[in-house]
Design a protein around this ligand. Sequence first.
Ligand code: P6P
Length: 334
Amino acid sequence: MNYRKTRLETLEEFIIKRQNRFPGATGEFSQLLRDIGLAAKIIAREVSKAGFNHILGSYGQENVHGESIQKLDKFADAQLISALNRSDITAMVISEENDEAVQMGNPSGKYIVYLDPLDGSSNIDINVSIGSIFSIYMRQSGESELPDVREALQRGTRQVAAGYVLYGSSTTLVYTTGLGVSMFTLDPSIGEFILAEETIEMPDLGHIYSVNEGYYNAWPPGLKQYVKYCQEEVPDDGRPYSARYIGAMVADVHRTLMKGGIFMYPRSEKYPRGKLRLMYECNPLSLVIEQAGGKATDGKRRILDIEPESLHQRTPIFIGSKQNVDRVCSHLQD
Ligand code: P6P
């Protein structure tokens, strides 16, 4: 009898296999990815019990944006920072939950990590998908002193890795190191992320548009024209558009990655620079989408080319399949 190889591949095995492609690799970067994977498992466990382990609700404080911090946000933040501190390779962490950069006390640490520990936390209490987002940069300064916050202000093109964990009907980890986008699904029965898709590629045109239509009156005219186009026109393949909006960027962008289409969060009177944060929401998700063949722009500039001015700055974003993004931009230019 021929034994058919059906062995599953774990995240750890995949990371090591990829590391072996780089002879000079020290294993530190692989360790950083494994640490994030560990934190994700711990967070997934708490998210799955959020209904009865008194971890719902507000933490009683507000984050740097004046938004109420949910208890699970703080838990996720603490778990991710603690996991990144298991080894001395991360020098500094910038998180949505902390106004200031967190110095990890590792002057020799090579990496700077941005985190949105729990994106979409308003969905926690209604059991709708939420996610953790990470973005990893190399330090610019020497390794003798603690990093200066200014060296964290790097363009998105300089990310060495980016990805997210989606806590949904299953727990999914998606990341890229610039060699394509890979996806893993957590098997809670063995506590391992198992490779689900080694290389994800997006369709050039998708049939789902995703935007909060409650803000219609505040939209720029070009966006109104584009959404009207989606509602009235049928693309050449005869398939009409659908509208989907989950209210958690990770979930809306993950659907866009897997099915194609476009997610949009424009500027408005309430958010004159857009609502979503450049460094720990838009840059990491834009790197993933571009690596899968899509595009991400603020309506004029490629998101990854934006020169950051501050750690928590916001930006408008139009992200998804190439043809969908190009079309909305043509309307916005008009
Ligand atoms: P709105 C969640 O609070 C978040 O930051 C993103 O995850 C999400 O896409 C967006 O805000 C939703 O914002 O204004 O549509 O509720």
